[in-house]
Design a protein around this ligand. Structure first.
Ligand SMILES: [Zn+2]
Length: 123
């Protein structure tokens, strides 16, 4: 086995170093892509969580009703809280409330909501 000359050995190590730099670039790109996917997955999870819940808009004055919205409704962009249907129904029991005409939360509350005469729902 003949020993490589010094210039040949240097060239081999440069080739290995270039390959390692290429691989490192590939790994960094993969990490960046996966981190982007993780952020998007978390964003979607939060949206789904909100959309599976309901919000309550405070009445503007005492005689006005509370307005019930779906969690993602743009008519109530900064709700105090997000409620699951049974909790919302417990909280709103006996209160003057009406469904938002834009997001129409009633289909999602059906089976949970007990209509009150002032709610305007066809029982
Ligand atoms: Zn709404």
């Amino acid at each position: 086995m003949t020993e490589s000359s010094l210039p040949e050995r240097i060239e081999k190590h440069r080739t290995v170093a270039a390959w390692l730099e290429y691989q490192l670039g590939q790994e960094r790109a993969t990490i960046q892509r996966l981190e982007g996917e993780a952020v998007e997955q978390e964003r979607r999870r939060k949206v789904a969580w909100k959309q599976s819940r309901f919000t309550v808009q405070e009445p503007p004055h005492e005689a006005a009703p509370y307005v019930i919205h779906r969690g993602g409704c743009t008519k109530n962009p900064n709700p105090l809280d997000y409620y699951e249907a049974p909790d919302l129904v417990m909280m709103m029991r006996g209160r003057n409330a009406s469904p938002c005409p834009i997001c129409n939360p009633m289909p999602g509350l059906r089976g949970t909501w007990i209509p009150t005469p002032d709610f305007g729902e066809d029982a």
